[in-house]
Ligand binder design. Structure first.
Ligand code: TTP
Ligand code: MG
Length: 383
């Protein structure tokens, strides 16, 4: 398994945030989403304004309304939240094909080592800008530390928790920050003098066995920040794509090619970030008449190179460009293969050189964000 940075992404007060976004009059107010008190409903979630009053998920709504009488109580609109959840996932898929979806508002993403924080900041910016929702992200080298970091980042924050920070940051925290240590276990641990994560590391395993049973060894490993759980791709993106609808129809071939180059580089970057290569390149074109065509080509060898994707798209464009002007252009890379299945053919000298250039670009981008890298062609046509 290639070394990766792991992101744990979790939307803040998800159902309540969607309601606050769609109904500006609820913003900044305590909001509870849940069943009706008459039907003995429970709280699905509540906005952070409500949490100050001690209200939390799974609490009876009747009790919650006593704790926070001014709260706005809203019914659960699952269809809406599912739809929003799908949009959020599509944002995640723009950044990496390696996604482990955990729940309606939560996922682990694996990205190239060293790029975790920059990618996380970009994801948060996109979710804020395009979906107007607060998202917290924790970054580390394994799922456990990423999830804990996300909890520390909440609400609406970004935090890294690297293995080297474990003694200083993780050990002073209460033991129940570890996933799986619920309030009941925490109470019983406190009974034997184990209050913090650090106490858990230091405690003799026989002492813990009385409280946590057979899981004691696993929890002690967690307490040291160790986590060897596999990254399970519940849902691996089947394609990576980019498309652009122009504010005004474009009749200039060079302009189209410049946009395709930008898109191809973006798609190539995302493939490399996710450790995947694509076998098929699809060009999408929409004409002024709204007629839309897609044309594909299967490559001789799978690629993650922006230039190779661009070349294929360019050829497709020249074969199928039809009559200008164009309204939309897009590129899709599909037929994704993972690292293990890559070609065994040795790369040719030219490929090797290109690979070095693209690695350098990825490095720049990892350090300075996606805006830093422009090729001359893109600069010519930048809006
Ligand atoms: P969570 O991510 O656990 O909670 P949250 O997003 O509301 O708040 P935060 O992550 O900031 O702590 O759950 C996601 C959604 O799932 C939540 O908005 C509502 C729903 N949910 C329930 O319906 N019942 C529950 O008991 C929990 C925990 C969540
Ligand atoms: Mg959440």
């Amino acid at each position: 398994m290639k070394a990766r940075d792991i992101l744990h992404c979790d939307l803040d007060a998800f159902f309540a945030s969607v309601e606050q976004r769609d109904h500006p009059e609820y913003r900044g107010k305590p909001v509870i989403v849940g069943g009706s008190p008459e039907a003995r409903g429970v709280v699905a979630t509540c906005s952070y304004e409500t949490r100050r009053f001690g209200v939390h998920s799974a609490m009876p709504v009747r009790r919650a309304m006593k704790l926070c009488p001014e709260a706005v109580l809203l019914p659960v609109d699952f269809r809406r939240y599912r739809e929003v959840s799908g949009r959020v996932r599509r944002v995640w898929e723009r950044f990496t094909p390696e996604i482990e979806v955990v729940s309606i508002d939560e996922a682990y993403l694996a990205v190239e080592k060293g790029t975790g924080m920059v990618t996380a900041a970009e994801i948060r910016a996109v979710v804020s800008r395009e979906l107007n929702l607060p998202l917290s992200i924790g970054v580390s080298t394994n799922k456990l530390l990423a999830k804990i970091a996300c909890g520390l980042a909440k609400p609406n924050g970004l935090k890294a928790l690297w293995p080297a920070d474990v003694p200083e940051v993780l050990w002073p925290l209460p033991a129940d920050v570890l996933p799986g240590v619920g309030p009941k276990s925490a109470e019983r641990l406190a009974g034997v003098g184990v209050v913090t994560v650090g106490d858990l590391v230091a405690a003799p395993v026989e002492l813990l066995r009385g409280v946590l049973g057979n899981a004691s060894v696993a929890f002690q490993r967690y307490a040291q920040g160790l986590d060897t759980r596999e990254f399970t791709l519940v849902r691996r993106a089947r394609s990576v794509s980019e498309e652009t609808t122009f504010p005004q129809d474009v009749a200039d071939r060079d302009h189209i090619l410049a946009v395709l180059m930008t898109q191809a580089e973006e798609v190539g970057h995302r493939l490399r970030a996710g450790g995947a290569k694509a076998r098929t390149v699809t060009l999408k074109l929409r004409f002024a008449s709204f007629r839309t065509i897609t044309r594909s080509v299967t490559l001789f060898e799978a690629t993650d190179s922006g230039v190779a994707l661009y070349r294929a798209a360019c050829e497709l464009f020249d074969q199928h460009s039809g009559r200008p002007p164009w309204r939309l252009v897009g590129i899709k890379a599909s037929g994704l293969t993972a690292w293990e299945q890559l070609s065994l053919l040795p790369p040719s000298g030219a490929d090797e050189k290109l690979r070095r250039v693209e690695n350098a670009l990825d490095g720049l981008r990892a350090r300075y964000g996606r805006q830093v890298v422009f090729r001359a062609r893109r600069l010519m046509h930048r809006d």
